[in-house]
Design a protein around this ligand. Structure first.
Ligand code: NAD
Length: 446
């Protein structure tokens, strides 16, 4: 599960050879460790709206080294472009060209973040064009950045300030090493709900979280990351994975629940375990998932049905129990693991694609049902992640999948876990019904 090529091209001789032969040069990504600064180096806040001024003032208050104008030859940690007031595509030229002149000064693993408004509610064709234009601009820019730098955007609802809690939460997420493998993506903040946690290193302190499929892979990383961020974790997996599950749960001072999530009483069992052992339930992460790949021409009913059952039908049933429970009413969070296969499709995965596309539909339609009690539900869609599952792929296919993204490398389970931990936190309270891709900006498909 190690990417030896990335290690090689980051060694002295390997770097020279790769450069000379024009081979991909994936960077060692800046990943978060507790205590790390949010970003190293000055943050340039570009834009002349009131929203830009307010955001710059808030970032100054966080102790960041904020610039409103770039100084010559100064290495920048991040460039934030505030475009919340653009009304017409003609308004874009000045601010984005000024970003262009600063790009050469962006430090390795630096960040570009746009803050603009969602095109969904644009009042005029021209403002819709400008807002949607930012989408195309940002995704193209992300493909031009080098050395582990990423570009991501925040889309604000119509009346939301650039300093609304979840806009600030998203700025923090995109600036930090927590978003290392998120690239070329937008996160929509649709409500003023949420608040920044009192402890930045323990944003989930006091929360009780359930993670399904936690015995290994991405699920084990999610359990560890939620624990690191302060949550008490219930690790769920099938009885056959009992030993691994116990090891994961013990390692993070949580509890293990052996349970097949496709059982009809799974939701009830999860609620009962969390409440009896830990007194409450705040966060449910639907991570358990399976693949049974076949071309559709060779697909049998068993393969189709088992993938639909585990990957989406079980989640729908568990959510019904959660929504009906009085124990899941205090600003709860559901985060479900989708896949880029459910967005862009993948050969041999019609069943998996249907189930993971299903997750996105479920999240969108469940969001309004969570809203009355301050709850949110979101999906995270990983691309190529280095796990036992992807280590089993044929070498040539694996190598292609690894490199065909803007960061030219696979993600780590921790990268998916970081996005989930962010969406589980109070600071993402204004984000619901959304899908965040953790794919290094995969170049294939949508
Ligand atoms: P994995 O196979 O390593 O782990 C999945 C875990 O889920 C296993 O421990 C398994 O025992 C458990 N599980 C399966 N069926 C279950 C059931 N009925 N009840 C309870 N637990 C069950 O997979 P992974 O690579 O860690 O993937 C985790 C999630 O991420 C899955 O939903 C997967 O579809 C998704 N995903 C993975 C990748 C990737 O590149 N690895 C990419 C996109 C999406």
């Amino acid at each position: 599960m190690t990417d030896k090529y990335t290690q090689l091209v980051n060694s002295g001789i390997g770097r020279d050879v790769a450069k000379r032969l024009g081979l991909p040069q994936p960077a060692i990504l800046r990943r978060y460790h507790p205590g790390d600064p949010l970003i190293t180096g000055p943050v340039l806040v570009n834009g002349d709206s009131v929203g830009a001024d307010d955001l710059a003032t808030t970032l100054l208050g966080w102790g960041l080294d904020v610039r409103r104008n770039a100084l010559p030859k100064e290495k920048l940690g991040a460039i934030i472009v505030v475009l919340d007031a653009v009304q017409h595509p003609e308004d874009l030229g000045k601010p984005v060209l000024s970003v262009g002149t600063s790009l050469r000064d962006l430090a390795p693993n630096g960040r570009v973040i746009t803050v603009s408004r969602t095109p969904r509610t644009a009042p005029t064709p021209a403002s819709s064009a400008a807002r949607q234009g930012i989408d195309g601009f940002l995704r193209s820019l992300a493909k031009e950045l080098r050395n582990g730098a990423t570009a991501n955007g925040i889309l604000l609802g119509e009346e939301l300030a650039t300093t609304s809690p979840s806009a600030l939460g998203a700025v923090r997420f995109f600036l930090s090493g927590r978003s290392a493998y998120v690239d070329g993506q937008f996160l929509t903040v649709s409500s003023p709900a949420g608040k920044l946690p009192s402890s930045m290193d323990k944003p989930l302190a006091g929360k009780v979280a359930v993670v399904t499929g936690a015995a290994r892979g991405i699920g084990a990383a999610i359990a560890a990351t939620l624990h690191r961020d302060g949550a008490t974790v219930v690790a769920v997996d099938i009885p056959a994975a009992g030993d691994h599950l116990a090891a994961v749960a013990n390692g993070i001072h949580g509890t293990a629940l052996q349970l097949d999530i496709s059982r009809s009483d799974a939701g009830q069992r999860i609620i009962e375990h969390a409440v009896e052992r830990h007194g409450k339930l705040d966060i449910v992460v639907h991570n358990a998932g399976i693949t049974r790949d076949r071309l559709l021409a060779n697909m049998d009913p068993g393969r189709w049905q088992s993938v639909i059952n585990v990957n989406i039908a079980a989640q729908l049933k568990i959510n019904e129990a959660l929504l009906a429970s009085d124990h899941f009413k205090d600003s709860p969070r559901i985060i479900s693991v989708s896949s880029t296969s459910g967005i862009a499709g993948n050969r041999g995965q019609t069943n998996y694609g249907a189930s993971k596309g299903g997750v996105i539909g479920m999240v969108r339609a469940t969001a309004p049902l969570m809203e009355p009690f301050g709850g949110t539900i979101n999906a995270v869609a990983p691309g190529f992640i280095e796990t036992e599952m992807t280590a089993r792929m044929p070498m040539a296919v694996r190598e292609a999948a690894r490199r065909l993204n803007s960061l030219k490398q696979g993600g780590k389970p921790q990268d998916v876990a970081e996005a989930i931990a962010f969406l589980a936190s109070d600071s993402a309270g204004g984000v619901s019904g959304e899908v965040l891709r953790v794919c290094g900006q995969q170049l294939v498909g949508a």
